[in-house]
Write a protein that binds this ligand. Sequence first.
Ligand code: MG
Length: 365
Amino acid sequence: MKITGVRCGRLRVPLKTPFKTTAHVVDAIDDVVVMLDTDDGRVGHGSAPASALITGDTYGAILDAVRGHLGPLLVGADVADLNRLVGRVQAAMEHNSSAKAAIDIALHDLFGQCHGAPLYGMLGGGDPSITTDITISVDYIDKMIADAVAAVERGFGALKIKVGKDAVLDVERVKAVHAAIAGRALLRLDANEGWTPKQAVRAIHQLEDAGVRLDLVEQPVKAWDVAGMAYVTERVNTSIAADESIATLTDVVEVVQRRAADVVNIKLMKLGGLSRALRVADLAAMYGVECMVGCMLESAVGAAAAAHLAVARADVVTRVDLDAPSLGRFNPVAGNVTFADAEITIGGAPGLGITAIAGLEPIAP
Ligand code: MG
């Protein structure tokens, strides 16, 4: 199966409600969808969301990297040569992890199609049914309570609450949400780098002392401050997860060797795709660190790939944070992975199994 061409499309999905973290407010998913055509009429799909603030990758930069640098390397290549191809893609340019991820995902999709097996099967198998948490945006306390209760009523058993704006107010917000949901869901916090190490320790201790049991606290301190994260991890009972601190494989080595976090959040877009995410999973497993599989605000193309990974690497992936498709007003991606609020299930179609993407706007070559 040889690759004959690379096409791109733009996929925009408005969100049900604006997504608010300490750093930004977003009201729509904006993906570049990559399609790799083959000589036997198949299409491999991948995608990358514009998320300049997190990955540095803008819509235009993703498109330019795919069309001008990464895509041309693949024309004429044999899909069966997956590892060599992803190596070529990773080595072709610095940074641009989202564009690399989109291509890497599309190559894995084709590899699964080539072998007639769903992607998770190619990655090692597993139970193709997982549950995700849902994000509760930073907002006024009453709004956060209402959102949390509504999410529990929709069947979510784990909530990821955005904090990190004001450590004192954050403690009040979390206590209020905890009281309102009364043990009906696990609570995860994501501070998105918003606290200092000392603020983080104080806030987490206050919550622990108040009897608020947290499943984990994600990225309490700045991405670069691995020493600060280790300081927090050493001083609290609650599990600490590294997200923004993990952008490269060497970041993972540093975090796990310094025991700076108990959990590593794997996101395909920041790491450069499935091939790199698999290495992170292996590294974490070597060091006895658990993984969470997360996503950006992105469509169900990239999130599907992450779901396949979570299923196949359940040996080390203990938490799934793939709520982006259910934050959209609709899911335009038809195929093999069903995102039904908390429940994500994968069927047996080969590769990613995407059959149609509604509203995909073709981008002229
Ligand atoms: Mg995070």
